[in-house]
Write a protein that binds this ligand. Structure first.
Ligand code: NAD
Length: 471
């Protein structure tokens, strides 16, 4: 597969795809090693993770450089690799605290029976990840799954595959890890082969692909942990601090060129502050600089050509239906890269794609509301329920409104806090996802099945008790 460089538009990298037979072979190799991996104590697995932390640190610069080509983001790529080191450290500390199958005890309902409880990890977990944060989203489920004792078959996105070369070196340097963690290269076909062979799937990606994978997993009767798209709303109340709200909304909409699942994508502002909000955010958005020179600027080109096309289509659809563009407004080809400056839109409504479909770009469509009821109704008028924001100087009021928004995480007086806070459990609502939280303690605990050993200490009940008494 030829891979496009998002900065130059040139196809300058070749990805050799794993055919299904190769995926099968890797799965069998992991299965052969996973029993011994599971038999280790959690502390022993932590020791292996710490060795990986060492080799990852050794290859960090190389991985960050490859990631920077994949995503055309220099600083964020370094931050992404730092984030992985933080994740490894956090799970190395937390997982042993969490791994506590209850001690043997007497059953309360059958007092002659002793209960022994075991936690049994899924043998082989398939992790399939997207292109927007290629490294982080490849490892966010992988690390706790490995610590739980699972083997992992990991297939990152074919759109941003370069970082796999460095990552694979860091894995190979730790043989005990390399036996139970293998990378799969390729696109949908390789992904399908992964789903067909594993015992559980952790998928991060779009709703349509997630639904297909969920259906295959249902037919195979294996769990699917699906983390999918969003169309996150922000509600800005009349008493909000405008500096805070405009800074946070702009950063959340346009940071990483809007290519984050938890980006804010539709903004509802109280009518009394609407004009000031639009004026302030337009001024700030117009000042955002592009990283055309990779060593300076704030936002990079769009990573995925198809997404760039979708962003332009959403702008065109909105303008054709009467939207006003205050700043930005088009996807431009500059030296082969596809760039979109932060784009503030008003006179928008829910008949426009930009207000209802995921954008994954730096668009800031803003509607005004007159009552809180209306704002909440609009926020909930969506097939998505990933996350959201509420801005208000009245903490209690903000919490009340947040409680009524149908989404898994609500940032108050900020945007996209789920990209910073890893220790708060959250489930995605509606079509944004399904099954156990990847964040917080559940991110580790969901990889175990609970098994009960029921030990009879008295003579077992006999058939006599089952005799029908007709007298
Ligand atoms: P995508 O669904 O197109 O692809 C995701 C992954 O699935 C890729 O690795 C791809 O090769 C693989 N794939 C495609 N078809 C497959 C199939 N039939 N079987 C198995 N694997 C298959 O998504 P994308 O365009 O790479 O990523 C963008 C999407 O990811 C956005 O919708 C975004 O919101 C979402 N996302 C969600 C989160 C979250 O935590 N909820 C985080 C980041 C991104």
């Amino acid at each position: 597969m030829k891979v496009r460089n998002p900065r130059t538009g040139k196809y300058d990298y070749e990805l050799v795809e794993d055919i299904p037979e190769m995926v099968q072979k890797k799965a069998s190799q992991i299965r052969a090693a996973q029993g011994a991996w599971q038999a280790h104590t959690i502390k022993e697995r932590v020791t292996v993770l710490q060795e990986w932390l060492g080799s990852f640190t050794e290859f960090q610069i190389e991985i960050a450089e490859q990631l920077a080509i994949d995503t055309a983001r220099k600083r964020i790529s370094k931050v992404e690799t730092d984030g992985i080191i933080g994740l490894m450290q956090a799970w190395a500390y937390r997982a042993p605290q969490l791994y506590h199958p209850p001690a043997e005890r007497t059953s309360a309902s059958a007092t002659t029976v002793q209960i022994g409880q075991q936690w049994v990890p899924y043998g082989l977990v398939g992790v399939i990840s997207p292109w927007n944060f290629p490294l982080l989203l490849a490892l966010i489920d992988t690390i706790p799954a490995l610590l739980a004792g699972c083997g992992v078959l990991l297939k990152p996105s074919e759109v941003t595959p370069r970082f796999m070369d460095g990552l694979e070196k860091s894995i190979s340097a730790v043989p005990a890890l390399a036996a139970v963690l293998k990378l799969v290269r390729g696109g949908a076909e390789a992904g399908k082969a992964v789903v067909q062979t594993v015992d559980a799937v952790c998928f991060t990606g779009s709703v349509p692909t997630g639904k297909m994978i969920g259906a295959v997993c249902a037919a195979r009767f294996i769990p699917a942990f699906l983390e999918l798209g969003g169309k996150d709303p922000a509600i800005v109340l009349e008493d909000a601090n405008l500096e805070v709200a405009t800074d946070a909304v702009l950063r959340s909409c346009a940071g990483a060129t809007g290519q984050a699942c938890q980006s804010l994508e539709r903004i509802y502002v109280h009518e009394n502050i609407f004009a000031s909000f639009v004026e302030q955010i337009t001024r700030k958005a117009a000042a955002v600089t592009l990283t055309i020179n990779p060593h300076e600027g704030q936002i990079g080109p769009l990573i995925f050509e198809k997404q760039a096309k979708k962003i332009q289509e959403q702008i065109d659809d909105a303008v054709a239906k009467g939207a006003t563009v205050h700043t930005g407004g088009k996807v431009e080809n500059i030296k082969g890269g596809l760039w979109c400056a932060p784009t503030v839109l008003t006179n928008v409504d829910h008949t426009m794609d930009v207000m209802v479909e995921e954008t994954f770009g730096p668009l800031i469509p803003i509607m005004s509301f007159s009552t809180e009821e209306q704002a909440i109704e609009w926020a909930n008028e969506s097939i998505f329920g990933l996350s959201a924001s509420v801005f208000s100087t009245n903490r209690q009021k903000a919490i009340e409104i947040a409680s009524r928004i149908e989404a898994g995480a609500i940032s108050i007086n900020d945007g996209s806090l789920t990209n910073k806070v890893y220790d708060a459990e959250k489930n995605s609502f509606k079509e944004s996802g399904i099954n156990g939280s990847r964040m917080g303690d559940a991110g580790f605990l969901r990889f175990f099945r609970k098994k009960a050993l029921l030990i009879q200490t008295a003579h077992p009940e006999t058939m006599a008790n089952f005799e029908e008494n007709t007298h």
